[in-house]
Design a protein around this ligand. Structure first.
Ligand SMILES: [Zn+2]
Length: 211
């Protein structure tokens, strides 16, 4: 029996990510290339939870730590540097990526924040060498309008790529990424394949989208 989404009060949230093919990565000067050839070196790490600025330890980080996992990261001498390996502090955010994120914010008529901060969240599932995910909130409350659809966009953020759970080549790390978070909507009409395809095409028309 088909589900009557309206009757069950279904709410759907969605986040779309677009990788950026900018001149450099978000927090270092390495090129934003993804490589699958034989790595030049491997680094083995165990990540441990540490206290936040508020003096608390994230329970989710303790949970991950108790799994006693080790992570192997793979890199290349010519396209990765000490920043990806968390042996050097992140550099200033890439101005080109910031510009693209602002352009996307304007494209969707979103309200751009007066100041942009790099926020960090503890993530010790191995997807980041540093144990942190770094995100910058760029804008909020935008609206994507096309045909007779109006899809509200909650936030537009700029963040770096994290690594997959299987292969941990650090070339992916720090590639700039724009994340659009849509408001929870009551009915799935706004999430029909046509709408999603259209939104995706819209975003990938950006000259800097990594295809
Ligand atoms: Zn680098």
């Amino acid at each position: 029996m088909p589900i009557d989404y309206k009757a069950v009060g279904l709410k759907v949230g969605l986040e779309i990510h677009v990788q950026l093919n900018t001149g450099r990565k978000l927090f270092c000067n390495c090129p934003p290339v993804v490589r699958n050839d034989e790595p030049h070196f491997r680094v083995i790490r165990r990540l441990r939870p540490s206290m936040s600025e508020l003096g608390e330890v994230d329970p989710a980080a303790i949970w991950e730590f108790r799994k006693h996992r080790t992570f192997v990261y793979e890199g290349y001498y010519d396209t990765t540097c000490l920043v990806e390996l968390d042996e050097e502090p992140p550099h200033d955010p890439d101005p080109e990526s910031l510009e693209v994120a602002l352009a996307v914010a304007m494209m969707f008529n979103a309200k751009i924040f007066d100041e942009v901060y790099v926020m960090r969240k503890t993530v010790i599932d191995g997807s980041n060498t540093s144990g942190f995910q770094r995100t910058m909130l760029i804008a909020h409350d935008g609206l994507a309008k096309f045909f007779d659809y109006k899809v509200p966009i909650q936030t537009i953020a700029l963040r770096r790529m994290r690594l997959g759970r299987l292969r941990r080549g650090v070339t992916r790390l720090f590639i700039g990424l724009i994340g659009l978070v849509y408001h929870l909507l009551r009915y799935p009409r706004e999430y029909s394949p046509t709408v999603l395809r259209r939104l995706w095409r819209w975003l990938t028309t950006l000259a800097t989208a990594l295809r």
